[in-house]
Design a protein around this ligand. Structure first.
Ligand SMILES: O=C(O)CCC(=O)C(=O)O
Ligand SMILES: [Fe+2]
Length: 251
């Protein structure tokens, strides 16, 4: 398949999406999310109280508690419904062998954010000693068009070429977190938000990684399939204290 031809389009068949992911470690899909949800995600990220600063006016808001927010709940339940291209992708690529991570969040790069450790080339997971290759995928949702000036995330293709997908509002960027990537300085006047959730593969379990753990009691009944099937073996409902004391890892 011609990657260049397909790289920036999200109108891919499931087979094409899998082929592109296999080749470069990432692919874009349409989220199909409404304006209301996209705007809500942006608002919730900017208003988040879970800010872990990554230097240079950029922060990550990863937190189990984000599942309580309507915006993140909609992102998850919509993108992981049976008729969504993301679910089709995961099914085609991994069968039923994937799990939903309970850490929800993503990165916010504020206007004026310069270089920091987040702009250094890195992978989120498998550069750690002993980590398995291809163990986790991050699914980021573009809530407004991201231009070069807004500090887009760039990914390394073929070990030599940086590509900064100029994502369009409503697209999902699905990437293997092992793929080397970096943020960029935001020289625009617009905050660049990239809300994200993660799914991971059984290989991550070997490292002691724990799947979806926390769900507020009032969400249990409405926790839909197929999310439920990809969480349930360690799913437990917890109270506020347990949820907020939980390890909200950020990368
Ligand atoms: O988007 C960025 O600025 C960098 C984000 C990043 O490194 C990550 O989400 O793992
Ligand atoms: Fe990263």
């Amino acid at each position: 398949m011609d990657i260049q031809q397909h790289m920036w389009t999200s109108c891919l068949t499931t087979d094409e999406a899998v082929a592109m992911y296999d080749k470069v470690g990432f692919v874009m899909l349409d989220s199909g999310l409404t304006d209301e949800v996209l705007d809500g995600l942006e608002r919730d990220m900017l208003n988040s109280s879970a800010k872990s600063y990554r230097g240079g006016n950029r922060y990550c808001n990863n937190d189990h508690l984000n599942i309580r927010l309507d915006s993140y709940w909609a992102l998850l339940t919509h993108s992981l419904s049976f008729d969504h291209p993301l679910y089709a992708f995961l099914k085609a690529k991994f069968g039923d062998g994937w799990f939903l991570d309970s850490t929800l969040g993503g990165d916010v790069v504020l206007p004026g954010a310069g270089h920091s450790r987040a702009t250094l080339a890195h992978s989120d997971w498998s550069t750690e000693a002993g980590s398995p290759h291809e163990s986790m995928l991050a699914i980021s949702c573009c809530v407004r068009n991201i231009t070069k000036e807004m500090g887009p995330m760039e990914l390394l293709v073929d070990d030599k070429t940086w590509v900064g997908p100029e994502l369009c509002r409503g697209q999902l960027l699905l990437r293997n977190v092992d793929v080397i990537h970096r943020g960029r300085p935001n020289v625009s006047t617009i905050p660049r938000c990239l809300p994200a959730f993660r799914v991971f593969l059984p290989t991550a379990l070997r490292k002691g990684y724990r799947p979806f753990q926390f769900l507020p009691a009032n969400k249990l009944e409405e926790f839909p399939s197929p999310m439920r099937e990809h969480s349930e073996f360690l799913l437990k409902v917890d109270d506020d204290a347990a949820m907020s004391a939980s390890d909200a890892s950020s990368q």
